[in-house]
Ligand binder design. Structure first.
Ligand code: NAD
Length: 293
């Protein structure tokens, strides 16, 4: 069992950290928001005043932060973990960020004698709670092998995508596809409803037909079809529109650099950014259906 520090206990980080506790790892946690820390402490974690205090005695440090700028500020600079830590734990960043930022932070980490992995996840809050996430890792093979001890407690599919940044590249491709599927599924459901169909009946038909996809299986965007889905809970996240808009921006930047055509991804990004600008940033990303009503 490992001594783990967990930084960032939001919608994803908190249930992931809880699974580490359940697996018997010892855990020190830090988040800027004290309320989310209390939840972990009541489950057996130790709280720390700073990220540095959480990480100081750890063998493995895991971060789950919103975006690249938060990851840079946690690890880089004079006050960052890379400069301040006297020990050399394995660093695993599970946030979804730019591949370039992941490469930059990992290069700085290696320079200081740390091993680091980018390890973004897929599966959403339900998979985080169930310990069934997919991890897409970028970094050295030895670091990936070392990380499996803790990643196994939080996920069921562990992939080594390649060197530093490769996990983030895979994640951007996956989330672009997810946004396209969510927007397309919402479009199909609203079209059916506008033409007199019951959204539950239409969902059942598409689930047994060629339109079947993950959003219909576990994350139906139409209110009332799936009791546990954010759509049936006032679109409470889940996975925020702000984060999906960020991820689609990552895919767009990647496509510009590689000269790839992503017509569906660009459309999905435009749709999500327009939805975000109307004040929907903190709603769940399945609320994109409201744009189509
Ligand atoms: P969230 O906003 O719910 O949680 C982020 C947490 O980080 C918050 O509790 C915030 O207080 C904390 N935080 C921010 N800066 C910090 C700092 N400097 N030090 C310590 N804590 C800090 O976000 P989330 O939904 O948990 O997502 C986290 C990451 O996982 C994002 O990159 C997101 O794109 C990705 N992701 C989310 C989902 C999902 O379904 N929610 C699924 C896959 C991947």
């Amino acid at each position: 069992m490992a001594r783990v520090a967990f930084i960032g206990l939001g919608n994803m980080g908190a249930p992931m950290a809880e699974n580490l506790l359940k697996a018997g790892h010892s855990l020190k946690v830090f988040d800027l928001n004290p309320e989310v820390v209390d939840r972990l402490v009541s489950n057996g974690a130790d709280s720390s005043e700073t990220a540095l205090a959480a990480a100081q005695q750890a063998e493995i440090v895991i971060s789950m932060l919103p975006a690249g700028k938060h990851v840079e500020s946690a690890y880089l600079g004079e006050e960052g973990l890379l400069s301040m830590l006297s020990s050399r734990p394995l660093l695993i960043d599970c946030s979804t960020i730019e591949s370039e930022t992941a490469q930059k932070v990992a290069a700085a980490a290696e320079e200081q004698g740390f091993d680091m992995l980018d390890a973004p996840v897929s599966g959403g809050v339900a998979a985080a709670a169930a310990g069934t996430l997919s991890f897409m890792c970028g970094g050295k093979e030895a670091a990936f092998k070392q990380a499996t001890e803790v990643l196994d407690a939080m996920g069921k599919n562990l992939f080594h995508a390649g060197d530093h940044g490769a996990g983030q590249t895979a994640k951007a491709c996956n989330n672009m596809l997810l946004a396209i599927l969510m927007a397309g599924t919402s479009e199909a459901l609203q079209l059916g409803v506008d033409n007199g169909l019951d959204p539950k009946v239409l969902s059942d038909i598409m689930l047994a037909s060629s339109g079947k996809n993950w959003t219909l299986e576990v994350y139906n965007p139409y209110p009332g079809v799936m009791e546990q889905a954010p759509a049936s809970n006032d679109y409470k996240p889940g996975f925020m529109v702000d984060l999906m808009a960020k991820d689609l921006g990552l895919a767009e930047e990647m496509a510009l650099k590689s000269g790839s055509a992503i017509p569906m991804g660009s459309n999905a990004r435009n749709l999500y950014v327009a939805h975000q600008k109307k004040g929907n940033g903190t709603k769940d990303f399945s609320s994109i259906l409201e744009e189509l009503k």
